[in-house]
Design a protein around this ligand. Structure first.
Ligand SMILES: Cc1cc2nc3c(=O)[nH]c(=O)nc-3n(C[C@H](O)[C@H](O)[C@H](O)COP(=O)(O)O)c2cc1C
Length: 334
């Protein structure tokens, strides 16, 4: 009830103001007001026991500022980030738009974040004991030729504090980031990450799985290449998918649909599901896949599992439907 009231109130505010308020509230004792019990439906994947298969997708808590409250919403795991080596402001505001009639969001945040050192402190000072993923990226000013340095820097600082790392090369809001999904740029990046992972394992005796988060806007041929490279380089899993630059499947006649950025929520599900289907086909039946993109009902999540996902994540559905959606999905998947 209180959660519903808070959500309805936030939905009346400008999108980014509402988001920042939600993060502040979730990081404070106020978050106890929306506390729910997580449903137990444990899944083993990549050597990790996930208490249930429904996770929070990256970008909601970019800095790890709201772990306290987020840990009480019923999620089986949380992914924080995308975080970059140095803090950066992101794109000019406004950069976050709600398309209510479509249960969708367009964002061009541009990796606004407080930098890896801040996130590391937040995680160290947090009482969160659940499964944690840290999603890493490169600073806007870092050219793609030096991107590996940024990813390795973040990996080295974060790997000992989390259960898995996500390499995000699929945000549409950092110029040329998606180029890292192609040809030698991809091969070099993944091989470099593998080396960093093995070096860290030797030094710390902890193996931290690395997942690669991909875009829903790739051709079938590109997807086959990427999946093969991700597996050949020894990465541990794929997250399908980030937001889309397409504007297909939109019903609203709102002028906001013309805003630049990545589209998420209901209109994304077809593209995300087709990407998931192909990645499962190219990867074989056992390679770990986390599916995200367009889940706004339990039925959507069930479909992702039927298409071969091991776990699911939500972002836009959580914004519109709140923590009731986590419960509904878990009940449907149990
Ligand atoms: C406002 C906003 C910010 C996001 N920021 C990130 C991010 O920093 N890193 C990332 O990997 N994905 C980011 N995403 C993408 C989500 O993690 C997710 O992949 C995408 O929204 C599709 O899922 P959904 O339809 O459930 O929202 C962001 C999405 C939104 C709406």
């Amino acid at each position: 009830m209180l959660e519903l009231l808070a959500r309805k109130t936030l939905q009346k505010l400008p999108a980014e103001v509402a988001h920042d308020l939600a993060i502040t509230a979730l990081g404070s004792p106020l978050s106890l007001l929306t506390k729910v019990k997580a449903i137990k439906n444990p899944i083993e994947l990549m050597g990790i026991t996930f208490p249930n298969p429904v996770g929070l997708a990256a970008g909601f808590d970019k800095n790890g500022d709201a772990l306290h409250g987020l840990s009480k919403q019923g999620f089986g795991f949380l992914e924080i980030g995308t975080i970059t080596p140095k803090p950066q402001a992101g794109n000019d505001k406004p950069r976050l738009f709600r398309l209510k009639a479509d249960t969708a969001i367009i964002n061009r945040m541009g990796f606004n974040n407080k930098g890896i050192d801040h996130l590391v402190n937040q995680v160290k000072n947090s009482s969160y004991k659940g499964v944690l993923g840290i999603n890493i990226g490169k600073n806007k000013v870092t050219p793609n030729e030096n991107a590996l340095d940024d990813y390795v820097h973040c990996f080295e600082k974060a790997h000992s504090l989390c259960d898995y790392i996500t390499v995000n090369i699929s945000s549409p809001n950092t110029p040329d980031l998606r180029e890292l999904q192609n040809d030698e740029a991809l091969t070099d990046l993944l091989n470099g990450m593998k080396q960093a992972q093995l070096k860290a394992q030797k030094e710390s005796d902890k193996y931290t799985p690395i997942l690669v988060k991909i875009s829903p806007d790739q051709s079938e041929e590109q997807l086959q290449f990427m999946t093969e490279q991700i597996i050949a380089s020894g990465m541990d899993g794929i997250i399908c998918t980030n937001t889309t630059i397409s504007r297909e499947n939109l019903n609203s006649d709102d002028t906001l649909v013309n805003e630049q950025g990545g589209l998420s929520g209901a209109p994304l599900i077809e593209k995300a599901n087709e990407t998931l289907r192909l990645v499962r086909q190219f990867s074989g039946s056992t390679f770990p896949i986390i599916a995200v993109g367009g889940i706004i009902s339990a039925k959507d999540a069930v479909k992702k599992i039927q298409l071969g996902a091991n776990l699911v994540q939500i972002y836009t559905g959580f914004v519109y439907k709140g923590n009731g959606l986590i419960k509904d999905i878990n009940n449907a998947l149990k």
